[in-house]
Design a protein around this ligand. Structure first.
Ligand code: THU
Length: 163
């Protein structure tokens, strides 16, 4: 990912943060996902009066990308104050990422003027992730949503099933 695209990804996550619905925590988070097809999707945290129903920005962004047809994530940016994706979001991001997918943690100050970018890889933020390929759960994933890591393509799987 070049510097221009990285900037676009970060700015998309920053704008997404403005859409956060967080009257309870007052802790807005924005996330942006760059798909393998170079498309950008975003999400923000959406809280609920029943606190446990809150959805994190990262999961909203990933769900947005996947429901628009994305199969793989090329990079992710998360913007907030000292943003650190929760454990659940790490596993959800891993589902559509490779172990080398860049995860940009963009720490913004209260007035959003200053930012610090911590560039990590998926393997660093979620070492020893539960891996559906290693666990033998794929294929039968009917949609082949997880990026094949040197495995067969969705097409091949379809053809094999027909026989
Ligand atoms: N939150 C996110 O959206 N992403 C994270 O990475 C961590 C936390 C949200 C959930 C909740 O709305 C608020 O931040 C405070 O926990």
């Amino acid at each position: 990912m070049n510097a221009k695209l990285r900037r676009k990804l970060i700015e998309t996550a920053k704008r997404a943060r403005e859409r956060a619905y967080c009257p309870y925590s007052r802790f807005p988070v924005g996330a942006a996902v760059l798909t393998d097809e170079n498309k950008l999707f975003f999400g923000a945290n959406v809280e609920n009066a029943s606190y446990g129903l809150t959805i994190c920005a990262e999961r909203v962004a990933v769900a947005n990308a996947v429901t628009r047809g994305a199969k793989g994530i090329q990079a992710i940016a998360i913007v907030g104050r000292a943003p650190k994706p929760c454990g659940a979001c790490r596993q959800v991001m891993a589902e559509f990422s490779s172990k080398d997918t860049p995860v940009l943690l963009v720490d913004v100050s209260a007035d959003s003027r200053k930012e610090t970018v911590l560039r990590l890889k998926m393997r660093q933020i979620l070492p020893h992730a539960f891996d559906p390929l290693e666990a033998g759960l794929l294929p039968p994933n009917p949609q082949n949503l997880v990026k094949p890591r040197g495995g067969s393509s969705a097409r091949k799987t379809k053809r094999r099933k027909k026989r």
